[in-house]
Write a protein that binds this ligand. Structure first.
Ligand SMILES: Cc1ncc(COP(=O)(O)O)c(C=O)c1O
Ligand SMILES: N[C@@H](CCCC[NH3+])C(=O)O
Length: 440
């Protein structure tokens, strides 16, 4: 069993996280339950920041909040001195409601609406990562009307194929995100922005994908961007003050994954940029990165209660839990793999393979195939590790299943940070059929 962060097995044979017995948490808050190991998030945040400090480089580490966003999460990120990447009006709204400093918020998105851009300008966000020509026009309109100035990065697709699941690669040329780096689009975008008196071109952004273990893709992306910066220097006298190389650093979900420490990614990225800068004889730009998964992924654990079982003779044993693709869609969407233990009987031998099914009316609603566990009974507590990124944030109400609660644990204390949805919450926006229509 691989235990992340402060997770351990206590003297009762229960899984404990942040000094709190998870069986107690299941009793108090119910299941499914998301638990976050706050000390581990802090450790990850500090290691990214310290890696840049050690290399003497001006940097911003922006938490990619799509991985898990909530008011308490944003406050924690602020406490750790990180910046914040948001991609929608909703994430921005949550950030503002949490009191996060707007000047440290970066707004992303491949189809930002005029209303979202206006909201970002009204709140005074630090920077907008511009994705396309349509957005440049919207920004020109908005800033002309309000007279405001806004700093932007232009997002490019560097034509780098990251080795990860197809649905989470973003840097390849054939992508919905960003301006093509190699097909003339970015030059047209730079020209348009440099022409505008209200839009300040701070720099360039690229993100090659997610759950990447190799540093070569990041280095190649940086080299490609600088190859173009050389041209832009003479073509437009434009040298970026900021180069944002995105997120995507891989984490360990199962024994098959061999992640590198955060410091290693940072070192390789900084070295690659320094080499380019030295060759060109220009000032070192600020380097920004946007980790999501690597800040919160392994800090999250989901607890479920086991229920029905089904034996398919000579094939497999299914064990169903009280959640599934409604709280973790990653196995269904990306064939993502997870490890898990029985949190209430963690010291028992885990050697009977069973397949963990969710409770949704969907055959693809399987959380883990062939997971070794002790002989499972009903009302055991199953703890699935490493669910902190893109678990709760992609949760949904399929089959009208309420979304779970989220608890932060640290130093022996637990705090509820997102309440469990109730059945009443599920119908709060429903309106009854009008009698006129019923009578027809
Ligand atoms: C633009 C951008 N930045 C940052 C991230 C965060 O990625 P990850 O959670 O893999 O670090 C993503 C997601 O892939 C992204 O699309
Ligand atoms: N949601 C994806 C990663 C996000 C990609 C964002 N561009 C995952 O769960 O792995």
């Amino acid at each position: 069993m691989f235990l992340h962060g402060t997770s351990k097995i206590n003297e009762k044979g229960h899984l404990e996280i942040g000094g709190v017995d998870t069986i107690q948490l299941a009793k108090e808050y119910g299941t499914p339950l998301y638990i976050y190991d706050v000390a581990l998030i802090r450790e990850r945040a500090r290691s990214f920041k310290e890696a840049f400090e050690k290399m003497g480089v001006k940097a911003q580490v922006a938490y990619a909040s799509k991985a898990f966003s909530s008011i308490a999460m944003f406050q924690l990120i602020d406490e750790e001195g990180l910046s914040l990447d948001v991609v929608s009006g909703g994430e921005l709204y949550t950030a503002v409601a949490s009191g996060f400093p707007a000047s440290k918020i970066h707004l992303h998105g491949n189809n930002k609406s005029k209303a979202e851009l206006k909201m970002a300008l009204d709140h005074g966000v630090g920077c907008i990562v511009v994705d396309n020509f349509f957005e440049i026009e919207l920004l020109k309109d908005l800033t002309k009307t309000s007279g405001q100035k806004i700093s932007v990065l232009l997002r490019v697709t560097p034509g780098v194929e990251a080795h990860t699941h197809d649905y989470i690669t973003t840097g390849q040329e054939d992508s919905k995100f960003g301006f093509g780096l190699l097909n003339g689009q970015i030059e047209k975008a730079i020209e348009t922005v440099l022409d505008s008196s209200h839009i300040q071109l701070l720099g360039i952004h690229c993100h090659i994908g997610s759950q990447i273990f190799d540093t070569a893709g990041f280095v190649l992306a940086a080299e490609r961007v600088f190859m173009k910066i050389k041209e832009w220097k003479s073509q437009f006298s434009f040298i970026p003050e900021v180069v944002n190389l995105g997120g995507g650093f891989g984490i360990r979900y199962t024994a098959e994954d061999e992640p590198l420490p955060a410091t290693y990614y940072v070192e390789k990225i900084v070295e690659a940029v320094k080499n380019q800068v030295n060759e060109m004889g220009i000032a070192m730009p600020e380097i920004w990165i946007e980790p999501g998964r690597s800040l919160v992924g392994d800090a999250g654990t989901t607890l479920y209660t086991t229920g029905s079982t089904k034996n398919v003779p000579n094939i497999r044993e299914y064990v169903a839990v009280d959640g599934g693709m409604s709280d973790n869609i990653r196995p269904a969407l990306y064939q993502a793999k997870y490890e898990a233990v029985l949190a209430n009987r963690a010291l028992e031998k885990h050697d009977v393979p069973v397949s963990i099914a969710g409770k949704c009316c969907e055959s693809g609603d399987m959380l883990i195939w062939d997971l070794p566990l002790p002989e499972v009974k009903s009302n055991d507590i199953l703890a699935v590790f490493c669910t902190g990124a893109y678990g709760y944030s992609m949760a949904n109400n399929y089959n009208r299943i309420p979304r779970p609660a989220v608890v932060f644990v640290e130093n022996g204390e637990a705090q509820l940070v997102v309440k469990r949805e109730s059945f009443e919450d599920l119908i709060v926006n429903d309106l009854p059929l009008q009698s006129k229509v019923i009578n027809k």
